[in-house]
Design a binder for this molecule. Structure first.
Ligand code: HEM
Length: 395
């Protein structure tokens, strides 16, 4: 995995390790001491109207954990679980150790750590709360492109963690896992990444493992988040919450490698160099879907991913916040890599399903991509100090 690679690289550079020891000594003497690395102590507020980790610009590393509630878990037990998880998250995200924490020094560099919680369909069913589920919240229908594997699908409880520091992230995963384990068993764990902070200008749209600029068309302003992402009034406990679709989509990098740049660009309808539509020059130029070339073919082909996904219907838009994953190589030699496609919207049924259906019916990108995992979660609104995530539903 990528984390394994980083660790190996660290061990190999012995000189770096010696240097680091010297630096620590200087700090402990209270003399000169280097400045704390920029970004290490950057904190994302935990408490608020919405949970963090949704409109937070993507961190460089992220982990999604899916959990199955233990048989017989009742509402009182789940309340206790959410109080404890909230307490862990409120501390760790602010650079404080969880209670108890055997390795508290690993908590001191939050590096924009966020912890976000969600409830799956089974959570509502098992607790007798199905009538309280958000509007449009249900497992996705089956799509013909799906080759779903149970080990990446479903789950009663989601813990989503992100940080710009993989060591901090690993520590947070461990702390929250220790708490959750008393109440639930792990269904799956999936980790991914974007570019490291500082390696690209802030705010620049990221790239996926196909090399494509991915995330151009996305809500960015607060009013766009209000219209697309944050739920209002259905039901009232869910005000300020959002629903999430997590799809694990394998990307066949080996067959993708056989295409030339022009063929790759036609599959999406955008340029690889800067993400501009094939009818434009710059990333954010409006695409001209009607434009045709000299031979009468659409410049942005009818099968292009972007044309199929695009919608003028304001009720079919949502936030995409994907992470790349690279889990090495399958036993048969194929690359084991793809996208942890995480999308957030007020209503899964009306906003997400129509778009996914169109892409399942026709999208040239399907030639190189295969959905192998799928899960949906209702992410409650945020809470204030003294409260806990999910209190509107569980209290
Ligand atoms: C746009 C890649 C899966 C929905 C795009 C773009 C790229 C891309 C490169 C153009 C730039 C942008 O606006 O971000 C991929 C890859 C996928 C994938 C590699 C799978 C591995 C999905 C899925 C959905 C989706 C599963 C939803 C069901 C969209 C939407 C847009 C988009 C809504 C914006 C369309 C527009 O308004 O122009 N995708 N995508 N994508 N994609 Fe995907």
């Amino acid at each position: 995995s990528r984390r394994g690679f980083l660790l190996t690289a660290g061990v190999a550079t012995g000189a770096l390790a010696v240097g680091a020891v010297g630096v620590t000594a200087a700090v402990n003497n209270g003399t000169t001491g280097p400045a704390v690395a920029p970004g290490a102590t950057e904190v994302v507020p935990f408490y608020g109207v919405h949970q963090a980790g949704i409109d937070t610009p993507p961190q460089s590393s992220g982990t999604f954990l899916g959990w199955t509630l233990k048989p017989g878990t009742d509402r009182e037990t789940v309340r206790r679980m959410m109080r404890l998880l909230t307490d862990d998250a409120a501390r760790l995200t602010q650079g404080e150790a969880a209670l108890p924490d055997n390795d508290p020094y690993l908590a001191t560099n939050p590096a924009r750590l966020t912890a976000t919680f969600g409830f799956g369909p089974g959570f509502f069913q098992k607790l007798g709360l199905s009538a309280e589920a958000p509007a449009g919240f249900a497992e996705l229908p089956a799509f013909s492109i799906d080759k779903l594997q149970p080990e990446y699908s479903g789950g009663d409880l989601l813990i989503q963690l992100g940080s710009d520091d993989p060591l901090t992230l690993s520590h947070a995963v461990r702390q929250l896992t220790r708490t959750a384990r008393s109440f639930a068993t792990v269904a799956w764990s999936q980790s991914g990444f974007t570019r490291d902070q500082g390696t690209a200008p802030a705010g620049q749209t990221g790239r996926n493992l196909f090399g494509q600029v991915d995330g151009t068309v996305n809500p960015r302003r607060a009013d766009e988040f209000a219209a697309q992402v944050w739920a209002t009034g259905s039901p009232s406990w869910f005000d300020g919450g959002t629903s999430m679709v997590l799809r694990r989509i394998e990307m066949n990098l080996d067959t993708w490698d056989k295409l030339d740049e022009g063929a790759k660009e036609l599959s999406v309808g955008r340029k690889l160099s800067n993400g501009a539509p094939l009818t434009g020059e710059n990333e954010f130029d409006a695409p001209d879907l009607a434009a045709k070339d000299a031979s009468g073919l659409h410049v942005i082909p009818t099968f292009a991913h972007m044309r199929r996904a695009k919608t003028d219907n304001p009720h079919e838009k949502f936030l995409r916040r994907p992470l790349n994953y690279d889990d090495g190589i399958h036993a048969d030699g194929r690359t084991n890599a793809g996208l942890l496609f995480a999308a957030y919207m007020a209503n899964i049924k009306t906003q997400y399903v129509p778009v996914q259906q169109r892409l399942s019916d026709l999208d040239l990108l399907n030639t190189w991509t295969t959905p192998i995992g799928s899960a949906v979660f209702a992410l409650p609104p945020g809470c204030q100090a003294g409260g806990y995530i999910g209190e509107g539903l569980l209290a």
